[in-house]
Design a protein around this ligand. Structure first.
Ligand SMILES: C[S@@+](CC[C@H](N)C(=O)[O-])C[C@H]1O[C@@H](n2cnc3c(N)ncnc32)[C@H](O)[C@@H]1O
Length: 670
């Protein structure tokens, strides 16, 4: 095959430019519609609404009055969703723990921008989202979204004043748009969050009565009423703050991405019953004391249950108070469900006389099966034939149950634990990591990805790390937290914390340290036989590393000249090669923790991403030798700096041709 580089001069061929914007949400939706209804695509690639209407037939509601919810600013929510982010996430290895091995992320930034930036790489990958947004109680800060200049708002916010020099403030009830502001903040975030969920994923949202009703309406619209799972009640301890009724609970609103899908796939949520560990401990102690004297162990267990306070979680299982060689069991009903079952004769093993038959008949119509159960000591008989026997239901077979909708957990204990961990009272009202851990336990699998984009003090990361330790799981987390400033006069401020994001990172660092100390001398492996992921990478939200070319800017000679001059170096000052690397990764749709190998090809540094799926060269100038060397590796995609060609159109044209000849699907410059 002739070498394209040795071909005579040809007109320059431009490679495609890497799209530095976050995912185009509206376009993605249009493509979904085109996939479902190919007939609605017009010649120009637009959407023919009339054909869509025809395709949907009777299902189109043409009435003027419709059920639904609206509020001032709702239309702008869609503009907010559709305006792409031009931001990036800058890596901060110095603030991270185990950068090279971890897949967990703590991202500092406004979650709207961050959710947009995560769309390309994490679409449909998240199993569970837990969030604890501001409850809108009148004292909390509601982030001032501005759909047109969302990133600009953030940059001003992190300077802590708005463009007019005013401080960003709280949402107060005196504001005529009190609820609307909250809903305008929540709607776009929930919408974007839904995109991240897997089909079998679910979202859990903490809320109290101030916005619970509005939240349900928002979620009905975004997730669909049919995907509502439950409103959990978190009884978080008594408060004495009302003249009428002292509200001592809040809610966790749960929606599935696709409840039907969960049902079809037979995915069930199961929770380990509370208090079991205490029961097993008491049993082990009694076995040690009484050996195989099951009657003595049994009466000891009954006494132990009787002495428990009513509030102890094990008390709910006190009916599991019988003991045999297999362990602890509960004598359960042996009759035919609903009645009308078979009534054959069963003999008492000691007296040899027929026992009383249950009025509804035996639970099995097969007398041989019953005989096998008896021979296997699975039937619990009374003293003599005058009582109906029972079937033994062992605690070890019934350790899990469908989760109940009410959680009892006193929030003050979580505050105290966080205070002990951080050596100070630095964060008000953290959620209980035990309760969040329970939600994570039943709603995820051991290798799931969990996201919390209102992270606060990092309770969700704490819960995930603890749960992985407990069950050998390999769950990963992504937290997003605004660098909301802490009052310099508060305890946290005096201890040197500048923002809530700092508190969050420090908490997770300390949890990791504590788990490592607990595991000292042990191999803390996960279920896959690899080391547990005890780390996190920190990234911070910032403007793109690449200055945008403002095609809509002023066109007069002076302005254009100035803009072109600024664009000679289109990489922002102070940005590192790693900054560029991770932006390209993110904008090319790779996860931020994708493995990257650094190679030297023809004397130039080349990054090989995801085992060579993407090859990236940020060197300048580029040479024909490195282009050939990259092409020889046959990656699926290649990205280079446009500036790497240093105005050498011939080299660029040849690069396009060489990559094409080698069958490389995509070659882009940035
Ligand atoms: C109620 S707290 C979460 C507490 C957390 N569950 C815990 O246990 O520590 C809500 C957090 O969301 C953060 N937040 C508010 N608006 C945000 C935004 N636009 N982007 C990211 N974080 C935001 C606030 O700084 C606050 O720390």
């Amino acid at each position: 095959m002739p070498d394209p580089a040795s071909q005579p001069q040809q007109p320059p061929v431009e490679p495609e430019r890497l799209d530095l914007r976050s995912m185009d949400i509206a376009e993605a939706r249009r493509q979904e519609l085109f996939r479902l209804f190919p007939e609605i695509r017009t010649e120009g690639g637009k959407l023919d609404f009339d054909r869509l209407r025809l395709a949907l037939g009777e299902a189109v509601d043409v009435g003027r009055e419709r059920y639904g919810m609206t509020w001032p600013g709702k239309a702008d929510c869609f503009k907010t969703i559709q305006t792409p982010s031009m931001g990036t996430l800058r890596p901060c290895p110095e603030q991270s723990v185990n950068w090279d091995t971890t897949e967990n992320l703590i991202i500092e930034g406004d979650n709207l921008e961050v959710l947009k930036l995560l769309q390309k790489s994490y679409l449909g990958k998240v199993k569970m989202i837990y969030i604890d947004p501001p409850y809108n109680t009148g004292n909390d800060f509601i982030y001032p979204d501005n759909y047109a200049e969302s990133l600009q708002t953030y940059l001003e916010y992190t300077g802590q004043v708005d463009s007019e020099g005013r401080r960003f403030g709280t949402n107060t009830e005196a504001d005529g748009r009190f609820h609307s502001r909250w809903m305008n903040m929540m709607y776009p975030r929930l919408y974007l969050a839904r995109n991240l969920l897997r089909d079998d994923g679910a979202v859990f949202i903490s809320i109290d009565e101030a916005e619970q009703a509005n939240l349900r309406h928002l979620c009905d619209e975004i997730f669909g009423q049919e995907n509502f799972v439950a409103d959990l009640v978190w009884a978080a301890g008594r408060k004495n703050d009302s003249k009428h009724i002292s509200v001592s609970h809040e809610y966790i609103v749960v929606y599935a991405k696709n409840l039907e899908h969960l049902k079809e796939r037979g995915i069930v949520w199961r929770q380990r019953k509370e208090g079991l560990d205490d029961i097993y401990k008491a049993y082990a102690r009694l076995r040690k004391e009484h050996g195989n004297d099951h009657a003595a162990v049994q009466s000891g267990l009954k006494e132990w249950f009787a002495a428990l306070p009513d509030t102890h979680p094990a008390k709910a299982h006190r009916h599991y108070s019988c003991v045999d060689a297999r362990g602890i069991y509960f004598p359960d009903n042996i009759s035919w469900p609903g009645g009308g079952g078979p009534k054959y004769e069963v003999l008492h093993p000691r007296t040899g006389r027929p026992v009383r038959v249950p009025s509804r008949g035996w639970m099995t119509s097969d007398p041989d099966k019953m005989a096998a159960w008896i021979a296997d000591d699975r039937v619990h008989f009374g003293e003599d034939e005058n009582s109906v026997p029972c079937i033994k239901s062992y605690l070890s077979d019934r350790e899990h149950s469908v989760p109940y909708s009410v959680f009892y957990q006193d929030g003050r204990a979580a505050t105290k634990r966080l205070r002990d961990l951080l050596d100070g009272d630095y964060f008000e009202n953290p959620k209980d990591e035990g309760v969040i851990g329970k939600l994570v336990e039943f709603a995820t699998e051991p290798d799931s990805l969990i996201v919390d984009f209102f992270a606060g003090s990092g309770t969700t990361a704490h819960a995930v790390l603890e749960l992985n330790k407990k069950d050998g799981g390999n769950r990963r987390f992504i937290l997003v937290q605004l660098p909301e400033p802490v009052d310099p006069e508060s305890a946290a401020g005096k201890a040197g914390f500048k923002t809530i994001a700092d508190i969050c990172k420090e908490r997770v660092r300390r949890v990791i340290k504590r788990l490592a100390a607990e595991d000292e001398g042990k191999l803390n492996l996960n279920g896959n036989g690899a080391m547990q992921d005890r780390g996190f990478r920190v990234y911070t939200l910032a403007e793109s590393n690449f200055k945008p070319w403002q095609s809509d800017g002023p066109k007069d000679g002076e302005s254009l000249g100035k803009h072109m001059f600024e664009h000679v170096e289109h990489i922002r000052e102070g940005r590192t090669e790693d900054d560029l690397l991770y932006e390209i990764l993110l904008k090319s749709g790779f996860a931020l923790t994708t493995p990257i190998e650094t190679l030297t090809l023809a004397g130039k540094k080349v990054y090989s991403v995801a085992g060579g799926a993407l090859m990236l060269c940020l060197e300048r100038p580029l040479t024909m030798e490195v282009i050939r060397a990259i092409a020889d590796k046959k990656p699926e995609r290649v990205v280079c700096l446009d500036a790497g060609f240093a105005g050498n159109d011939q080299l660029k044209t040849n690069a396009v041709k060489i990559f094409k000849t080698k069958g490389i699907g995509s070659f882009k410059t940035v």
